[in-house]
Design a protein around this ligand. Structure first.
Ligand SMILES: [Cu+2]
Length: 182
């Protein structure tokens, strides 16, 4: 019932009502992912860019990974889970206010990525939490992380490991939370 209501809203708000609705119904299950030279990975209608993993720091048993996901399709999708052979536990985390402090919390229902929307995982915000590392990622190596989407299925991203993931050259990484426990 809920799904029907959502679809109804989508149809009402789109200018080409019929064709938009037909596309919703004619969703295919064909899965094929590909990666171009610039590191953009596409699967179904999802485009994944800016993915990287933070190198393990000191004795910290945990680290995090990041990615930007854009839904270029006509239907919503949901990021359900993530997995990495490098960690005992891999979960999707978001940041929430607890009183006056920002804390991370597991997004147990994953993240809905609506048609046309972009979901960002970046230092200081949403992140893929890698807990109890079984392999400690070091700067410069590549570690695979698999994202699982409700409709697009699993897609594996070869993540470059960096001490300053996603940092632009010449910046000091000001987005980072130095006090973030992870
Ligand atoms: Cu976390």
């Amino acid at each position: 019932m809920r799904t029907l209501l959502v679809l109804g809203l989508v149809c009402l708000t789109l200018p080409f009502t019929l064709s938009a609705c037909e596309k919703v119904e004619q969703r295919t299950t064909t899965i094929s992912s590909s990666s171009d030279a610039s590191g953009v990975v596409t699967q179904s209608s999802l485009s994944m860019t800016n993915y990287a993993m933070r190198a393990a720091l000191g004795n910290n048993p945990n680290t995090a990974a990041y990615v930007t996901i854009t839904n270029k399709g006509n239907t919503d999708d949901r990021l359900i889970s993530a997995a990495c052979e490098c960690a005992t536990t891999t979960t999707l985390h978001t940041m929430k206010m607890n009183g006056s402090t920002m804390e991370m919390a597991e997004a147990k229902d994953g993240f809905v990525i609506r048609s046309g929307d972009t979901l960002v995982f970046a230092p200081g915000g949403n992140h893929i939490m890698l807990e109890n590392l079984t392999h400690r990622p070091v700067e410069g190596e590549t570690v695979n992380v698999t994202l699982v989407f409700e409709k697009a299925g699993p897609v594996t991203l070869p993540m470059l490991v960096s001490n300053t993931p996603l940092a632009k050259a010449g910046t000091s990484g000001g987005m980072d939370h130095g006090d973030m426990k992870m």
